[in-house]
Design a protein around this ligand. Structure first.
Ligand SMILES: Cc1cc2nc3c(=O)[nH]c(=O)nc-3n(C[C@H](O)[C@H](O)[C@H](O)COP(=O)(O)OP(=O)(O)OC[C@H]3O[C@@H](n4cnc5c(N)ncnc54)[C@H](O)[C@@H]3O)c2cc1C
Length: 325
């Protein structure tokens, strides 16, 4: 994403926490700054070294240490890619719900350090909500071991939360215990064309009340991003015409495959009757579900095509329509 290209004087690729600890202790003693690097998919160049910074890579710390179905946890090293974690959970009939477009390259260490949000926050929360334990190394080499699997734990300070979202400023994350969820047995996805922003939060409330806990994603794409995908991303065919002001991807995940899909269809029907949805397309196969999600994923990546147009904003929902225009 147009990051500065400063060659670090040194690239270090530790294999063990003990090596990370030694590296940090030595650098600290010599006032040598370092730049921790995960998958380098962050959109604000934070993993790109500044002049004189040593790059600390986690590409040799890629072990999935344990999947424990009883506690529904997975213990991993910081360099494991998000997609590997998703696949490992799936292989045990469990779900690691964090999901974002960079899944194939970003690492769990980077996800934790940025407290990544992604596509399913509405149901499962941010990365912060998906972590039970963390092992981190402080600048002076001290290893902080909060690598517990116990969910019901109210002992003392919750130190791990300090390392989540602080991008390496308080310490470097080396391992984590992740919280897994039961794997839903149904997935239904629709893309809706919506006429005005005022309909978007009303549609959200409608789907929340109709789908309840099954609502797993509600992702809004502005018309300009949608048109950019249509024009620039040649391998994607956008499924709805480009004339709607907003496009909303709605996903329902549940455990009643016989009725969950119908529930989504009927809730979209009532949304349409209420004038909240102008048109909707519902994916009826895994391939079509992947295609709808590809449109959403490209809404993030298309911003880097041709010109730099990255943004990541947090606004009150009431103010969003005005700023979007
Ligand atoms: C297509 C695409 C879609 C995306 N979608 C989303 C999204 O929906 N939601 C969202 O929140 N983000 C999104 N992102 C950005 C997201 O933050 C990153 O993709 C991801 O969380 C960063 O992981 P990474 O391993 O690439 O970290 P990097 O980019 O390598 O590093 C990010 C930061 O974390 C630090 N860091 C990395 N590893 C460690 C560690 N082990 N210990 C301490 N500090 C460390 C780095 O120094 C840097 O400050 C997206 C990015 C792309 C390219």
């Amino acid at each position: 994403m147009g990051a500065r290209a400063i060659r670090p004087p040194l690239l270090l690729r530790p294999e063990f926490t003990s090596q990370v600890s030694q590296i940090l202790a030595l650098c600290h003693a010599h006032k040598q700054p370092i730049a921790p690097q995960g998958g380098m998919t962050g959109l604000v160049s934070a993993a790109a070294p500044l002049e004189g910074e040593i790059a600390l890579s986690f590409e040799r710390m890629k072990s999935v240490i344990e999947v424990d179905p009883v506690t529904a946890t997975m213990t991993v090293e910081a360099g494991v890619e998000l997609q590997t974690i998703q696949e490992q959970a799936d292989a045990h009939s469990l779900l690691f719900p964090l999901d974002l477009g960079a899944r194939g390259s970003c690492t769990i260490g980077g996800n934790l350090s940025t407290n990544a949000g992604g596509n399913r926050v509405i149901r499962y929360g941010m990365t912060r909500d998906l972590v039970i334990g963390v092992e981190a190394v402080l600048a002076d080499g001290t290893v902080i071991d909060c690598l517990r699997k116990l969910r019901k734990n109210n002992t003392g300070y919750d130190l791990k939360q300090l390392f989540i979202g602080s991008e390496g400023t308080l310490g470097v994350i080396t391992r984590a215990v992740l919280k897994l969820s039961a794997k839903p047995s149904s997935q239904s996805v629709a893309l809706c064309g919506v006429r005005s922003f005022s309909d978007v939060p009303r549609l959200l409330m409608h789907m929340q009340s109709e789908l309840g806990a099954n609502l797993s994603a509600f992702e809004v794409i502005w018309n300009n991003a949608y048109r950019l995908i249509d024009e620039k991303v040649t391998h994607i065919t956008v499924p709805l015409a480009t004339g709607y002001a907003f496009y909303v991807l709605i996903e329902s995940m549940g455990n009643n495959p016989d009725t969950d899909g119908e529930q989504l269809v009927s809730s979209l029907g009532s949304a349409s009757d209420a004038g909240l949805v102008a048109e909707a397309i519902i994916a009826d196969s895994d391939v079509k579900i992947a295609n709808l999600w590809a449109v959403r994923d490209w809404a993030a990546e298309v911003m880097g095509i041709g010109f730099m147009h990255a943004y990541d904003v947090s606004l009150d929902i009431a103010d969003m329509g005005y700023f979007g225009d």
